[in-house]
Design a protein around this ligand. Sequence first.
Ligand code: FAD
Ligand code: NAD
Length: 475
Amino acid sequence: MTEKFDVIVIGGGPGGYVAAIRAAQLGLSTACIDMNTGKDGKAALGGTCLNVGCIPSKALLDSSKHFHHLQHDYAAHGIQVTDPSIDIKTMISRKDGVVKKLTGGVAQLFKANKVKQFHGRGRLSADHRVEFTPHASSETIMLEGKDIILAAGSVPIAIPNVDFDGEYIIDNVGALDMTEVPKRLGVIGAGVIGLELGSVWTRLGSEVVLLEALPDFLPATDQDIARQAARLFKQQGLDVRLGTLVKSATVADGEVKVLLEDKNGETEMAFDRLLVAVGRKPYTEGLLAEDSGVEINERGQVSVNEQSQTNVPGVWAVGDCVRGPMLAHKASEEGIAVAELIAGKAAHIHFDTVPWVIYTDPEIAWVGKTEQQLKEDGVAYRSGSFPFAATGRGLAMGDAAGMVKMLADEETDEVLGVHIIGPSASELIAECVVTMEFHGASEDLARIVHAHPTLSEAVHEAALNLDKRAIHRGN
Ligand code: FAD
Ligand code: NAD
C-alpha cells in the first residue's frame, strides 16, 4: 500500500528538516526521508551542517580557541597557567555530544510537529511517487506526496590523483574526527573549510600548510579584508602557499607525499595527514529515477527557478543541491519559503543579502557587494571604515584586530556592502543585513544609537567615516 502525504521531503539537512517543520506547522501532512546515520549507528537528522559541517567545526574552533588563548593571551590578563595541555579525545567527544544534542533535538522537533521521519534512502519517480529504501534493508516502500521537496545536499569534490582513504587523505569528516594532533597537516584549498579546520589544528600544534591553486587569497572577499586576513593568519602560523597546484598524493611509510607545482617548478612535500577542501558538489546520486523527469543542469545541480521550483510541477528543490551559495542559512530560508509557497502563501528570498561568515580568529563576515565588484559594475560608491583597535570594547577585551568597512551608493547613500574582519564579526553582520534588507542608508546607521562600549560601535563609526565624520579616528 502506498502511504500518502501532502509533502515529502528528501534530505534532512538544514534545507530539508526546516522545510518539513514549516510545512507541518502550516497544517500539511509531512514526511522527511533522510539516510544519514550517526556515530552511534542510529538515524541522525541535520545533514552535513549538524553532523559533519557547521556545528562540529564550530565546536572544535571554540575548543582550540580556548587552548590557544590559554597559551598565548591569558598571561596579559595576569592569568598564569603552567604547562597547559589538551586531551584531544575529550575535545572530540565534547564535539560529538554537541552534535548528538542537536541532531536529537531535530528528531524531537519532528515528533512535536508530527513530521513522519523515515531513516533510509529516497528516490523520486514519476507522478510524485517516492521509493523509500529503509536503512540497512533492500526492501522498498512506496510513498506519494502532493508536493515533493528535494534537499539532498552536497559532498566534497575530489581531485585527480589524490584519492580519499579516510585515514591519511581525508575530507571534512576525517578532519573533524582526528584523535591525535598531526605534526604536519597539509590542506589542499585555502577556502572556507581549509581556513577554519586549518585554524583548529594549527592552534592545537600542527604545522599547517595550505596549498591553494589560485594566485589570490580569498578572491571572493573584499580585498582590504583579505589582505588583513592573510597578514593575521600568517602571524598565527598558517602557511598559505598561493598559486600551488597539487599533481598527486601518495601514502607510503605512514605519511602522505604530495607532488606539487608552483612558480619555482615541481617539488615534493610530506605530511602526516592531508585534508582535501577544494569545494563541494551537489549530491544527486540515486535521488532521481529515470522517469522522474527532473532536470539536472550542467553544474550537476537540480535546476530550479527563483522560487525553487523544478521543471516538474509540484517538485521543488532547495539548499546545496541547487544554485546559489552552499550555506546552511540559505538552505533553511529556501526550505521555509518553499513550504510557504506550497501552503499558498507568498514567500521569497533576497539572495543579495545572504551573509557570509568565516569562523577564523578573527572572524570574517560580509554582506552585499565587495569594492572590487562595485568597480567592475561601474557603480559610483563611497567607502568608510573603522578599526577595532580604536574601540574601547575591543581594547578592553584584548581582542582588537581588524576593521569594519562599509560601502554605500554615492548618490543615494544606500548601503551596498559591509565587510568585517574582527571579534564577533559573525554577530555584527546581522545589523548590516537588516539595514540592507530595508534599503537603509549609511546615514541611518550613523544616526542609530549604539551601546557603549560595544564592538558594534565600529559599525557605527564606519558609517560615520563614510561621511568623513567618525569621532574616534581621523577621517
Ligand atoms: P545537507 O546538510 O548536506 O543535508 C542533506 C541530507 O540529505 C543529508 O543528511 C544526506 O544524507 C541526505 N540525503 C541525500 N540524498 C538522499 C536521499 N536520496 N535519500 C535520503 N537522504 C538523502 N554553512 C554555514 O552556513 N555555516 C557554517 O559555519 C558552515 N560550516 C561548514 C563546515 C563544513 C566543514 C562543511 C562541510 C560545510 C559547512 N557549511 C556551513 C555548509 C552547510 O553545511 C551546508 O550549506 C548545508 O548543510 C546545506 O544544507 P542542505 O540541507 O542543502 O544539505
Ligand atoms: P571553497 O570554495 O570555500 O574553497 C575551495 C578552495 O580550494 C578555493 O580557494 C579554490 O580556489 C581551491 N581549489 C580548488 N581546486 C583546487 C586544487 N585542485 N588545488 C588547490 N586548490 C584548489 O570550498 P571549501 O572550503 O571546500 O568549502 C565548501 C563550501 O562549504 C564553501 O564554499 C561553503 O559554501 C561551505 N562552507 C561554509 C562555511 C561557513 O559558512 N563558515 C564553512 C565551511 C564550508
